[in-house]
Write a protein that binds this ligand. Structure first.
Ligand code: PEP
Ligand code: MN
Length: 636
């Protein structure tokens, strides 16, 4: 059952409730949500819920209707984020796990690890204990394989995941690996589930070859009841009468399961299809279906692989796939998880960055649930502490006065154009610098109170941009409604809640609706679905290194004003051209207090820091003022 606690509950009361439940043989788990704190109580015994309701501090007692309790969405509404080493999976992230079917030798796993890491995988897979259909097939290298896998993971800064087949191996394997994998053939090996669950470590739970979704979720319940809350579910194809592919990838299981559980769901297109040419299209469909990532088999020489060669990708196929995944992520409102650049190799980006700090606060403009807050969560993390600022200027001030370490502010929308106020403020706060860029897709929703209907709408509140961007829906579907401009989108949702009239609705993000506990009458109502806003990540100059150390900057933003003489702007642009700085954006802004004088704002590609430095020296000669606003990894 779910025991919802009163907001004003004291620690003593909470303790008494927990003790009462434990005294009745319940396992108790406290879940702190944004809106409420609940206790999940699971056990074999039944008690009359009214006994719990009578305890001080209890607001409500709700039975969990599903047979799986700890795994159920009824118990925990927010997405669980599973942490594997330094990689987080779940929420709005897409994480990719890759590696060979089996670890075959030290050289092989090192080579595959290097390749998949370079292309963007964040967790390395590889079997050391292989459950093979034939006793005569390669069974894996055992502990020796784990040693090689660990070495490769450490060398290329990737946590490692591998399959366990015997409860007796738990302790030995726990010493090497970051995540256990329970294979399809062992999904209902309950002794194995219990032994692995007890470690509290992350577990990748494959769906059984013929398991129903409920059986699969019950297997995750075994893991959770034994002591881990770090479970990732993995759809890997089920047995059907179809023989064209090795198994049948049950794509629809992804949204179904995601609705039933708070645990992250991923899928394995390699074992699902058995054919490498099917792996890339299926991976994309897995992302499109709403999964939190996928796991694929990649081999440096698939034709000589000891197992599953025909379904293993060539490294170059994997590389191409990762580029397509990167392009798809913003379309589904997700961010590709990248490993922060540490000691090795080439191209990397900064998103999402996990900056380890307790007092990490990020400022944004608008109310909670605003699109800008969503952007913060894409750059950092869904759990990062955010500071809602009324004005853009307040967000700049918050960083200046160290109330926030970073601010994430919009600079441009694909439909609405440049956010001039933010560009102008960059001039006013020279101590702040741009360290990152992030684009997110803007999806508007028509949001109303629980009893609102489309036919009954009289007034629609939103930011003027929100109203303009949904004009087609408004004129076609609810022409009788009056559009009312409001200060911001998320604020318009709080406003309709305050009015309490079901004929008043708002246009805002899904997050804003969730936060206010109101319903979405219609989603995706924007006229143009290719609607993106890009944001800058700003911080104080002296703190910039922390963010920048994990990225390779490939963009630079600068601002300058030129001498009043013929060709002065041309001189600057020529310098950019001379040093190979490919300009991506040029904007002019009036200089406050200097009528009819302008500053120019430029964004350019950046390949070579040394060249930027030399170009800057020259530009200073041609300008009245010049400042580099920041260098960052571009996201557009
Ligand atoms: C594997 O991932 O190597 C594997 C054997 O997968 P499954 O258990 O899904 O068959
Ligand atoms: Mn395999």
């Amino acid at each position: 059952m779910i025991v919802v606690l009163k907001k004003q509950i004291t620690e003593t009361q909470k303790h008494a409730i927990k003790e009462f439940l434990k005294g009745h043989s319940f396992k108790v788990k406290e879940i702190v949500g944004q809106e409420e704190t609940v206790l999940g109580a699971v056990g074999e015994r039944r008690i009359d819920p009214r006994e719990v309701l009578l305890l001080d501090g209890v607001l409500e007692v709700i039975p969990i209707s599903k047979p799986y309790k700890l795994a159920s969405r009824e118990l925990k509404k927010s997405d669980t984020i599973v942490q594997v080493g330094n990689v987080k999976i779940g929420g709005n992230r897409i994480a990719v796990i890759a590696g060979p079917c089996a670890v075959e030798s030290r050289e092989q796993i090192m080579e595959v690890a290097r390749k998949v890491r370079e292309s963007g995988a964040v967790i390395l897979r590889g079997g050391a204990f292989k459950p093979r259909t034939s006793p005569y097939s390669f069974q894996g290298l055992g502990e020796e394989g784990l040693k090689y896998l660990r070495e490769a993971g450490d060398a290329y800064d990737m946590p490692i995941a591998t399959e366990i087949v015997s409860p007796g191996d738990v302790d030995m394997m726990a010493g090497y690996i970051d995540m256990f994998q329970i294979g399809a053939r062992n999904m209902q090996n309950f002794e194995l589930l219990k032994a692995v669950g007890k470690t509290g470590m992350p577990v990748l739970l494959k769906r059984g070859l013929s398991a129903t979704i409920e059986e699969w979720l019950m297997a995750s319940e075994y893991l959770m009841a034994s002591g881990t809350d770090q479970v990732i579910l993995c759809e890997r194809g089920i047995r059907t009468y179809e023989s064209a592919t090795r198994n049948t990838l049950d794509i629809s299981a992804i949204p179904v399961v995601q609705k039933l559980t708070h645990l992250p769901v991923i899928a394995d297109p390699s074992h699902a299809t058995g054919l490498r040419d099917m792996v890339a299209p299926m991976s994309l469909s897995i992302i499109a279906a709403g999964a939190s990532g996928f796991v694929v088999e990649v081999h440096n020489d698939p034709d000589k692989a000891f197992s599953d060669g025909p379904q293993s990708l060539y490294p170059q196929q994997f590389d191409k796939l990762m580029k397509d995944v990167e392009a798809l992520c913003p379309v589904v409102g997700k961010s590709l998880v990248r490993t922060p650049r540490t000691r090795i190799i080439s191209p990397d980006s900064a998103v999402p960055v996990s900056v380890q700090s307790d007092e990490l606060v990020v400022a944004f403009q608008g109310e909670r649930g605003a699109y800008s807050e969503q952007a913060v969560q894409h750059v950092f993390d869904a759990e990062v502490k955010t500071l809602a600022c009324h004005l853009f200027k307040d967000a700049f001030e918050a960083v200046m006065t160290r109330k926030a370490r970073y601010a994430v502010l919009p600079v441009e929308n694909t439909l609405g154009g440049t956010v001039n106020e933010v560009l102008d403020l960059l001039n006013v706060y020279p101590d702040l610098t741009v360290v990152g860029e992030r684009q997110i897709r803007i999806r508007h929703n028509l949001i109303g109170l629980q009893d609102a209907t489309l036919e009954g709408v009289k007034r629609v509140f939103s930011h003027p941009q929100g109203i303009a961007q949904c004009s087609e829906f408004l004129t076609k579907e609810i022409p009788f409604a009056e559009a009312v401009p409001f200060f911001d989108t998320a604020g318009s949702v709080t406003h309709i809640v305050e009015i309490g009239d079901p004929s008043c609705v708002a246009i805002a993000s899904e997050n804003a609706a969730k936060r206010s506990g109101v319903k979405i009458l219609r989603d995706g109502i924007e006229t143009n679905s290719r609607n993106y806003t890009r944001f800058y990540v700003l911080t104080r100059e002296e703190d910039a290194q922390e963010f920048r150390s994990s990225i390779t900057a490939d963009r630079v933003a600068m601002v300058f004003s030129v001498h009043d003489r013929p060709g002065s702007l041309f001189d600057v642009l020529k310098t950019l051209s001379d040093y190979g700085l490919n300009m991506k954006k040029l904007e002019s802004r009036p200089i406050p207090g200097k009528p009819w004088e302008y500053s120019f704002f430029v964004e350019s590609e950046l390949i070579d820091m040394e060249k930027l430095h030399r170009a800057s020296q020259e530009i200073i000669e041609h300008t009245d003022s010049f400042r580099i606003l920041g260098t960052y990894k571009g996201d557009t």
